[in-house]
Design a protein around this ligand. Structure first.
Ligand code: ADP
Ligand code: MG
Length: 570
């Protein structure tokens, strides 16, 4: 591997702007870091270059740990967004600069300069001043300058940012061909999805300081693991659907319906006059609400499950709440079935991709409407649901905490209940109905800045890691995974405990693309967790229960503390 990042973390004013990022870039690979503005891309790139110190983690370049090595000695070439050429130097002098600093001989400098000008297609521009060049040409010179000292790694931070569309494309070609020709390992930062697709052998998508997913462009586009990546890499319809699923613990249990998040790309939706005319899986009926002609494609918005549509529909097939589906159609599709606003259509799905997230939506469960509204107005919960682009709804059940069998259907997605004295009773009733995950939320809980993760036994291990991965993709917080062994454990048990923590790390990394920090504690499980959570405000707990469907008595203290912390139970 030529670039390896291991749990790289950078904080500003206590906020992790780069949060436990681990990544390996292969030799000669063109890797693109993509993410919205403020997601930490530049900070991460500067950390690799040695222009920013990191607070935690390790950076390795070609097998050499450079975490403490100065920028100059890292053998990295860097191109910034704003052409950082020296205004008073000619193009040639600019390119030579890095060689001069390194006391390279004049003859070698001239040879290298000529070679590089050739490479970037500006062979006769040696003596020009930057001001006599166009923006695109200036950026080419910046690339040549970054390459002058033959770095092993090229880092480009939004190099096309200030250029207009046509020049961008030209420069894109130049950079790609230069990179291919030299075979130099490259990381390019951009917020532009199209650019990322055009350039990257692989992409990594960042949000809120975390590297959410990395992979080949086509894989990330068609099979994203997260809502953020699904919607950031092009348009996507996110649907909540109920699916029969066999959980890992389902042996002997009847098949339980589970809510899942599914992605439907607009180009994978099919429209037809009625259900029988569809060639693909039927999703439902809807009305065309908006139509937009964009040249090659037609964009439509179909409002699903409206009343008139319901009458045409087969009731079992549209268990979906009213939702819009964005559809794009090619010219041949438009000609085959011309549409007008207001028209009723059947919607089919050529391809639906189910996301692996266990946190599909949130259902606040309370004994009264007032109590439900208090929880629904918790701003961390509303923010979280908005970030996840998912539904936040309420289910009022007066007998939520009592032994009387609950009348209605089990709440969908994550059940949210108020923390406090009767929280354990509610949790037990919900667990008894097969509901997980459950979020116990103090009404006045603030957004957590630190997430403590623990599972009490192997049963909940998988579920806990999956939940943690999903949660952390939407929460800008540090996370630490706690392993807890009884105090006085013999040496052998402790060694096994450490090994288990390493396994957890690699499982989270392999299964969920998530890196978590781990710590081993000795003591009573509940006491240790209480002490950890009480040590500073603004924390939350993700907790895997020792046995599916039940809450041990000694765990109650974790849910009834005041002032308490949010607890997400698996
Ligand atoms: P991106 O390149 O993805 O737009 P940055 O890495 O530039 O994101 O910034 C990530 C976050 O870190 C932003 O919220 C930004 O305000 C903050 N940040 C970056 N540099 C500093 C700094 N030197 N001091 C304080 N905050 C910073
Ligand atoms: Mg930036």
């Amino acid at each position: 591997m030529s670039i390896t990042l291991d749990q790289v973390t950078k904080q500003y004013q206590g906020n992790p702007v780069v949060n436990d990022v681990s990544l390996a870039v292969a030799e000669g690979e063109f890797f693109v870091l993509l993410g919205p503005s403020g997601s930490g891309k530049s900070t991460l790139l500067r950390a690799i270059a040695g222009l920013t110190e990191v607070d935690h983690g390790r950076i390795t370049l070609f097998g050499r740990d450079v975490t403490q090595v100065s920028a100059r000695e890292r053998e990295v070439g860097f191109v910034f967004q704003n052409y950082a050429l020296f205004r008073h130097m000619t193009v040639g002098e600019n390119i030579e600069f890095a060689l001069r600093v390194r006391r390279e001989k004049a003859a070698e400098r001239v040879r290298r300069r000529k070679e590089l000008l050739e490479l970037i297609g500006l062979a006769d521009m040696d003596d020009r001043l930057p001001i006599q060049l166009s923006g695109g040409q200036q950026q080419r010179v910046a690339v040549a300058r970054a390459l002058a000292h033959k770095p092993k790694v090229l880092l480009l931070d939004e190099p096309f940012g200030a250029l207009d569309a046509k020049i961008r494309e030209e420069l894109r070609r130049t950079i790609r061909s230069v990179q291919r020709e030299l075979g130099i390992t490259t990381i390019l930062v951009t917020h532009d999805q199209e650019e990322a697709f055009a350039l990257g052998d692989r992409l990594g998508v960042m949000n809120l300081g975390r590297l959410l997913e990395a992979g080949r462009p086509t894989d990330l586009y068609s099979r994203p693991a997260t809502r953020f990546v699904a919607t950031f890499l092009g348009a996507a319809n996110l649907l909540l659907r109920r699916e029969a699923r066999l959980g890992p613990e389902a042996a002997g249990q009847s098949r339980r319906e589970q809510e899942v998040v599914a992605m439907l790309r607009p180009e994978e939706a099919e429209l037809a006059p009625d259900r029988d005319a569809l060639t693909t899986g039927f999703l439902g009926y809807g009305h065309v609400e908006e139509m937009q002609f964009t040249g090659a494609l037609e964009r439509l918005r179909v409002r699903m499950g409206t009343e008139a549509a319901e009458r045409h529909a087969d009731a079992s097939a549209t268990a979906m709440s009213p939702v819009w589906i964005d559809v794009t159609r090619t010219q041949p599709e438009q000609r085959a079935f011309p549409l007008a606003p207001g028209q009723l259509v059947a919607v089919g799905t050529r391809r639906i991709h189910v996301l692996p997230t266990p946190l599909s939506s949130f259902t606040v469960c309370a004994e009264s409407r007032e109590a439900a509204e208090r929880l629904m107005s918790n701003h961390w919960l509303t923010d979280l649901a908005a970030r996840m682009q998912t539904r936040l709804s309420a289910q009022v059940e007066p007998q939520l905490a009592s032994e009387i069998p609950a009348p209605g259907p089990a709440p969908a997605g994550v059940a949210v209940v108020a923390a406090g004295p009767d929280c354990p009773a509610k949790v037990r009733r919900l667990l008894g109905r097969g509901v997980t995950p459950i979020l116990c939320l103090p009404e006045d809980a603030e957004p957590p800045g630190r997430v403590v993760v623990h599972f009490a036994g192997q049963v909940a291990r998988r579920a806990t890691l999956a939940m943690t991965a999903s949660l952390l993709r939407h929460v800008p917080a540090e996370a630490v995974f706690l392993g807890i062994l009884p105090s006085g454990s013999p040496e052998r048990t402790r060694t096994a405990g450490v090994r288990q923590l390493l396994d957890v790390r690699s499982e989270a990394q392999a299964g969920h693309g998530l890196d978590v920090r781990t710590e081993l504690r000795l003591g009573d499980r509940i006491e240790e967790l209480l002490r950890e959570l009480g040590s500073q405000p603004g924390q939350m707990l993700v907790l895997g229960l020792p046995e599916a469907g039940s809450l041990p008595e000694n765990f109650e203290a974790l849910l009834t503390q005041s002032p308490g912390w949010p607890v997400l139970l698996a």
